[in-house]
Design a protein around this ligand. Structure first.
Ligand SMILES: [Mg+2]
Length: 404
């Protein structure tokens, strides 16, 4: 049976939230991001795009290109809250949905009704979200995730598109190859150098040829160009969380040591998040005392993958949890409510230097191992790390030193 997959995407999410808070900003060119001279653009309104502004660009440059733009320092907490409100509405209306990023959702509407029924259902859902949140949102509806995502992008701003079964290829054919998810700047250039501009050309190419040029990636692009995609919608509540814990050989009351280990754990998990391009919105810290009583405490936070935001929150939770002056047998940290996303969410607080620092640290770790770069306070923790990428679908390696 054919599937019916809905993709919903909030339009220029951060910009829309700012306009909701300050309606006077409507229709004005707007930049959201780090407001210092070293800041970076996290989001920009449609009005600024004609000037060549795009997200990820240094704020200084964006201001030069579009001097009349209003510049706002974003707030990850505010955006996370609005994202949660939208998530709750979708959760009420749709049995199986995936939250793929802070402003994007997939829902499997297969079998809910015949196709027209699903389209009507999606239309009602979109109306409800707009009415209840005041945020513009677009959707694409088709047989799979890739075609629906492309359809949403074509529908934007604030609109909707349905691609009937069998019309996937003709829908994609006239579009630029840039519109295929996963064709980044580099791949785009490679394809352009081969004289390929439209999806149609890829559709007509033999699979082997693109395989020779771009390898396995090329085959995936070729499949997507044909409108083929079998990726399932992964239910939100089944989204993986990542965690790590440590049982001590000897129970300890050494708070400095405990904090050092928690810092090392957090650093490592945060690196795993960034490597998998994920963000977390919930931290849990766990303690087991020598009497085997186990306590844990969790906290919702604004979506992030940055150590310097996560470590203080983990410490806060630990402080409020560790109230008995008793020997500790085990400590653990867990990140859950994971969604896809990269540094962008923290661009308001971060300068270019902070971003470059993270990228540089992660590069070193990629080459020389997880523990190649550490915070000084985490150096006491000798055996955290050497985890593999938890998002590549492989089961995690159980480390020999870890006692469960
Ligand atoms: Mg969006």
């Amino acid at each position: 049976m054919n599937k019916t997959i809905l993709h919903l995407d909030l339009d220029t999410f951060y910009v829309s939230v700012e306009r909701l808070i300050q309606p006077a900003l409507k229709h004005r060119p707007l930049l959201v991001g780090g407001t210092s001279d070293r800041g970076v653009v996290a989001a920009c309104s449609y009005e600024t795009r004609g000037f060549g502004v795009h997200s990820g660009m240094p704020m200084r440059m964006a201001k030069q290109l579009c001097p009349e733009a209003v510049v706002i320092r974003g707030n990850a907490g505010t955006y996370s809250k609005h994202s949660d409100v939208v998530t709750e509405i979708i959760k009420e209306q749709v049995p199986v949905f995936e939250k793929s990023s802070i402003d994007e959702f997939y829902a499997d509407l297969t079998g809910m009704d015949r196709f027209f029924g699903s389209y009507k259902y999606a239309t009602e859902l979109r109306k409800k979200i707009i009415k209840e949140t005041g945020l513009p949102i677009s959707f694409g509806l088709s047989v799979n995730k890739v075609v629906s995502k492309v359809a949403t992008n074509e529908a934007k701003p604030n609109n909707q598109i349905k691609i009937d079964f069998g019309y996937e290829k003709p829908f994609l054919a006239p579009l630029s190859i840039k519109k295929i998810p996963m064709v980044g700047d580099k791949t785009y250039q490679t394809l352009r150098n081969l004289g390929i501009r439209q999806v149609k050309t890829v559709q007509e190419m033999p699979k082997d040829v693109i395989h020779q040029v771009l390898g396995a990636n090329g085959v995936l692009i070729w499949k997507r160009a044909q409108g083929i995609d079998n990726t399932p919608v992964v239910p939100f509540n089944e989204r993986k969380s990542i965690s790590t814990e440590r049982t001590f050989d000897k129970d300890t009351i050494d708070v400095v040591k405990l904090k050092g280990i928690l810092t090392a754990m957090t650093e490592n998990l945060a690196y795993q998040l960034r490597r998998g391009e994920k963000l977390t919105a919930c931290i849990t810290v766990k303690i087991r005392y020598s009497d085997f009583n186990t306590y844990s405490k969790q906290k919702r936070i604004a979506y992030t993958s940055a150590d310097h935001i996560l470590i203080p929150k983990v410490m806060e939770l630990f402080q409020s949890l560790y109230n008995k002056r008793m020997l500790v047998r085990l400590v653990g940290v867990r990140f859950s409510h994971l969604v896809s996303g990269n540094y962008q969410i923290n661009l308001f607080e971060d300068t270019e230097e902070t971003l470059n620092l993270y990228q540089a640290m992660d590069k070193v770790r990629q080459r020389f191992g997880d523990r190649a770069v550490l915070r000084a306070s985490a150096m006491g923790a000798k055996t955290i790390g050497r985890m593999q990428n938890p998002f590549n679908g492989q089961p995690p390696v159980v480390l020999a030193h870890r006692k469960q």
